[in-house]
Design a protein around this ligand. Sequence first.
Ligand code: SF4
Length: 184
Amino acid sequence: MSTTTPDIQEINFNTDAATRDNVLITSLDKVLNWTRRSSVWPMTFGLACCAIEMMATGASNYDIDRFGSGPFRATPRQADLMIVAGTVSLKMAPRVKLLFEQMPEPKYVIAMGACTVSGGPYIKYGYHVLKGVDRLIPVDVYIPGCPPRPEALLEGLFRIQEKMKFERILDRERKNLKPALFVD
Ligand code: SF4
C-alpha cells in the first residue's frame, strides 16, 4: 500500500513505480513553493470591524490552521502575509506601510473588506479615511464585503497559495505587483 500523501505526489517527478514512494525527484522551485504555501503565516494585525471576521477565521469553527496558515505572528519580521482588515485611517496609514516594509520578502497582502479595498462606507464623506490600501502598498487579493465572511477570507488565502505555486526562487523581486485577483 502506498504511504505517499497526495501532496507529496503533486511535487514528485519520479516516474519509477518501484521507488516512487521513497525517492523524490523534484525541482527546487516546486519543493520551496510547496513548503511556503503550506505555511503562510499572517501578521497579527487588525484595524476595525473586519478584523473580527479575521479572528473568527482563525478560531475553531473555521480553523484556518487546516490550510497551514494558523500561526498569526506578533511581529512583521516573522510574517509573510498581511491581511489588512478594517478601515485604514490617514493617521494609521504610515504605520501600515512601515509594518509592510518590515516584513521579509516574499510577502503578500490581502485587502479585506470594502473599507480596505476602496474606503467603503467612508468613500464620500470620510475625509480621514484612505480610499484603498493599494494607494499605499501592493495588494495581491481583494475581498469585497462589509464585512466579508470567514469563508471569503479563506478563499483569499487559497488564491495567495495558488499564486505561490508558480513563483520562481531566482526571481529576487516580485514582478508585476499590480493587483490582479478579486474574490467574488
Ligand atoms: S468594510 Fe464594513 S465591516 Fe469592514 S471595517 Fe469597513 S465598515 Fe467595518
